[in-house]
Write a protein that binds this ligand. Structure first.
Ligand SMILES: O=P(O)(O)O[C@@H]1C[C@H](O)[C@@H](CO)O1
Length: 342
């Protein structure tokens, strides 16, 4: 259809100005030309379609939580995110009800091997928990805020504390494959270098503050309970506290990158967890996070050690899964006792 392109451009500018520069793309379609009844001029009628904002509002997140509560009446206080190969933690849950991610409207789907793709709600050692059997990664193509959406859903299910787990490679030479590192701090590279913080976008003050502090992101008391649990299980020697660094993935790191990360203070490197931790702290959840060290990172050019592969990651996780699930089984009980005593 013929229309005056100048007129469309003017209207487009006006709408973009009003909407602000961070608005998502706006589509314009010249629909028809008509005589303006008052101005007695021919004008172009334009249909404007505003793309919806990409972020979910609190009400939309609540709706997902309500859907889950309607399906499974529940009141979980602890949420668990299972990293690669660690879904076996769910096998210890009694009277559990599974909800596949694909059956939850507004949720996402797991696309990675080793991630089962379901929520499991039930009793873990006397504590009601909601467990994510598989998580969402940035490298799957999900924006970081979406990777962390389940954490907000957990918050609206009533969760107060989250245990976030992952598989990671060690850059600390004292760590061994099969060890566990409790996160005491992190380097969120995709956030500080790439602007990929999950809290970017409109902030709802009802959920959390615009500028949350992460100085004490990893709860000290929960780490103490975790170390006591490891001690009681005879695992203390293989437990460490350290700094986790997130690489966006999916490529594993180069030797130069690993040496750079080590010199920056990292102990272990992975491709997940931090969007969830930041989102959890923003909405007031306490966080305990740990990495299972599934491989040693290669830091020297003349090394003849095997290159890291996802198969090795899953293999180590599977070899250690019973120990890890036993640890989490006892850990939730200790955490629950502490929460009740507070
Ligand atoms: O979900 P996690 O972080 O355990 O997934 C593992 C670790 C890396 O993200 C990726 C490559 O091994 O899988």
């Amino acid at each position: 259809m013929e229309y005056d392109p100048g007129l469309v451009r003017i209207r487009q500018c006006a709408i973009e100005d009003a909407a602000g520069p961070s608005f998502p793309p706006i589509e314009f379609q010249a629909e028809q030309e008509a005589a303006h009844p008052v101005l007695q001029k021919r004008v172009c009628v334009v249909r404007v379609r505003l793309a919806p904002l990409p972020w979910l509002t609190i009400n939309e997140v609540k709706k997902i939580a309500d859907f889950i509560k309607n399906k499974v009446p529940c009141n979980p206080k602890i949420g668990i995110v299972c990293g690669s190969g660690l879904g076996v933690i769910g096998d210890r849950i009694r009277n559990g009800v599974y909800i596949k991610y694909e059956d939850i409207p507004g949720f996402l789907v797991s696309t990675v091997v080793g991630h089962r793709g379901a929520l499991l709600i039930g009793d873990l050692n006397g504590v009601e928990v909601v467990c994510m059997l598989g998580r969402f990664h940035f490298y799957e193509g999900y924006p970081t805020w979406k990777c962390a959406l389940p954490i907000r859903v957990m918050r609206f299910l009533g969760v107060e504390t989250v245990i976030v787990t992952n598989a990671a490679g060690s850059v600390n030479p004292t760590y061994r494959v099969g060890d566990v590192m409790l996160l005491k701090d992190h380097l969120f590279l995709p956030s500080i270098c790439g602007g990929l913080n999950p809290l970017i976008g409109p902030n709802d003050d009802k959920l959390g503050v615009r500028f949350p502090s992460l100085t004490t992101a990893y709860d000290k008391k929960l780490r103490e309970i975790a170390l006591e649990t490891a001690e009681a299980l005879g695992l203390r020697e293989s437990f460490h506290e350290g700094v986790y660094v997130m690489n966006s993935g999916p490529a594993f790191e180069t030797i130069a990158e690993l040496n750079f990360l080590r010199s920056a203070g990292a102990d272990a490197v992975g491709m997940s967890t931090l969007p969830e931790v930041v989102t959890a702290r923003h909405c007031g959840l306490r966080v305990l996070a740990f990495s299972l060290i599934t491989n040693e990172c290669i830091m020297e050019y003349d090394s003849d050690k095997p290159h890291p592969t996802q198969e090795e990651v899953i293999e180590t996780a599977e070899a250690k899964q019973e120990q890890i699930s036993d640890f989490v089984f006892h850990l939730v009980s200790g955490m629950n006792k502490e929460a009740l005593a507070c």
